[in-house]
Design a binder for this molecule. Structure first.
Ligand code: ADQ
Length: 488
């Protein structure tokens, strides 16, 4: 599937069905600048892949209006036609005040649900006021969505853990609408989930959906077990479905992916030999092996574990000192949360110590960039890398691993991949590590750097073929296909 084939297909299929897409982040953000109002499009793969689909079917996208000029550019109901330069669908913005954003987003979503689902209970904070805001914001979204229902069939497709109680709120207002929710992070085992005080409301909220999607079969099973144990719902384990309060919800795996073709093309355009020579020269990497790590700065990504393993690698294999440089690119994230700032400080301190201990006048062991790097620049780092390291301690899927693969147009890179990311199920040709076992992790870095050319190509070819044929458009198709089977 690609943007064009899926758009063509849906133009016809959705001619009598309206699709309302719901996400926390909006696909277009209007921002006030000194030069006037500018439009930002978030770099996220999902928003850019859904945009052509929404254009083709002329749907409605409901999201939090977070831009400083968003109100100015929207009508009284928060609606604006997008894309701004060629309007084809409606973006409906939901307005949140600072207190709501703090409670709903930074509070409940990212300090209760995020750590809970990543099984890091000691980081979870369950505050009653955060839950109140979360609940109220879900209600605001419901209020914004209901007026968008059209006569005929309506499908609401909700993204992620910000909206667990929204499906129930929509269902109480319309029995006929088809509701699906895709959960982008892991779903924990019942022994972990049972800790959350609002577990019943969350499960009941989500079971108002016709379809629930997770990345992996294992997450589906965890969810089904929670529904069975906490709600006493009737689970059909063979059919992956739950019967609760008179209705059936299907719970299915849909492993997310990337827009492979765009990434491949972006790489071909932006990583000419001249580009690569220039960047290696600028960073003083000529004649050295290069490793790369690219992450949103989050404790789930195992950046500290990675840095520890690199330190051990230099201790165990001193011949690689001055011959190997690791580039860590980490975009700051959720900086209003203390935990995230502490993590940033710890990472920077540890890297500083390593560079002091091993570095020379001519060589920095770990180069650290704390910023958002546009994809067209990111692919240059992916391409100069002999190895990429993805070492999450828990991760729903991990798209960086797939992006690295799509950018290896010469099939030369080696991917070192944590066994605790969802993507590992599909990418068995990577070198698999346990990020907590730093001895083996350090040895795997050596193995990656010393891998014979033939083996590198064989592994990379297989992974590229897989990601190419299991891309983001296949994911959208599989989701919407399953939703349509459920249309009322
Ligand atoms: P994330 O936790 O954000 O996503 P991931 O899947 O790795 O994690 O996606 C990160 C995205 O951010 C990638 O597209 C990457 O290129 C980009 N990115 C990272 N660092 C960057 C930087 N410094 N500059 C610019 N871009 C950067 C959540 C779940 C994942 C799941 C996705 C999709 O936690 O497990 O794979 O949703 O469902």
């Amino acid at each position: 599937m690609n943007a064009e084939t899926i758009s063509q297909l849906y133009r016809e299929r959705f001619s009598e069905t309206s699709l309302i897409l719901v996400s926390n982040r909006e696909p277009y953000i209007h921002r006030k600048t000194r030069q006037g109002i500018k439009v930002d499009t978030p770099a996220g793969g999902l928003t850019s892949a859904l945009d052509p689909v929404m254009r083709a079917i002329s749907g409605t996208w409901v999201a939090w209006g977070s831009g400083s000029a968003d109100r100015e550019m929207s009508d009284a109901e928060g609606r604006v036609r997008v894309p701004p330069d060629d309007p084809a669908y409606t973006l409906k913005r939901v307005w949140l005040d600072q207190k709501e954003v703090d409670g709903f987003y930074y509070g409940y979503a990212n300090q209760a649900l995020w750590p809970l689902c990543h099984m890091l209970l000691e980081k979870a904070r369950f505050r009653a006021r955060h839950w109140r805001h979360y609940f109220e914001v879900n209600r605001k979204f419901a209020d914004a969505i209901v007026p968008e229902f059209k006569t005929g069939k309506n499908i609401v497709w909700i993204q992620d853990y910000h909206f667990t109680v929204l499906p129930y709120m929509l269902r109480t207002r319309s029995k006929d609408v088809t509701i699906a929710l895709f959960w982008h992070i892991p779903w924990p085992p019942w022994e972990i989930f049972r800790v959350i005080p609002q577990g019943i409301e969350i499960l009941r909220g989500m079971l108002a959906c016709d379809l629930l999607g997770f990345h992996l079969h294992r997450y589906c099973q965890n969810f089904l077990e929670c529904a069975e144990k906490d709600l006493g719902a009737k689970v059909d384990w063979d059919k992956n479905s739950v019967f609760y309060e008179g209705r059936t919800t299907r719970v299915l795996p849909f492993p997310i992916s990337i827009d492979y073709d765009s990434f491949d093309e972006l790489t071909r355009k932006n990583t000419t030999d001249a580009n690569l020579i220039a960047i290696k020269k600028k960073l003083n990497l000529d004649g050295r092996y290069v490793g790369v790590g690219v992450d949103r700065l989050d404790y789930s990504k195992g950046i500290l574990e990675r840095v520890r393993a690199i330190k051990l690698f230099f201790e165990k294999y001193p011949a690689y000192r001055e011959k190997f440089t690791f580039i860590q690119i980490a975009v700051p994230s959720r900086t209003k949360i203390q935990e995230y700032n502490e993590l940033k400080e710890n990472i920077e301190r540890m890297i500083g110590d390593i560079n002091k201990e091993f570095g020379t006048g001519d060589w920095t062991p770990i180069m650290y960039y704390s910023r958002n790097v546009p994809h067209k620049e990111l692919v240059r780092y992916y391409r100069i890398a002999d190895i990429a390291i993805v070492s999450s301690i828990v991760d729903g899927m991990n798209l960086v691993a797939k992006e690295f693969i799509a950018s290896q147009i010469d099939e030369n890179g080696v991917l070192i991949l944590s066994e605790f990311v969802g993507a590992v199920a599909e990418l068995s040709q990577a070198l698999i590590i346990n990020p907590f076992d730093i001895e083996s992790f350090a040895d795997m870095i050596k193995r990656g750097l010393e891998m014979p050319q033939k083996e590198k190509k064989r592994r990379m070819q297989k992974m590229r073929a897989y990601v190419q044929t299991h891309n983001i458009f296949d994911w959208i198709y599989d989701n919407l296909d399953a939703v349509q089977e459920n249309t009322h």
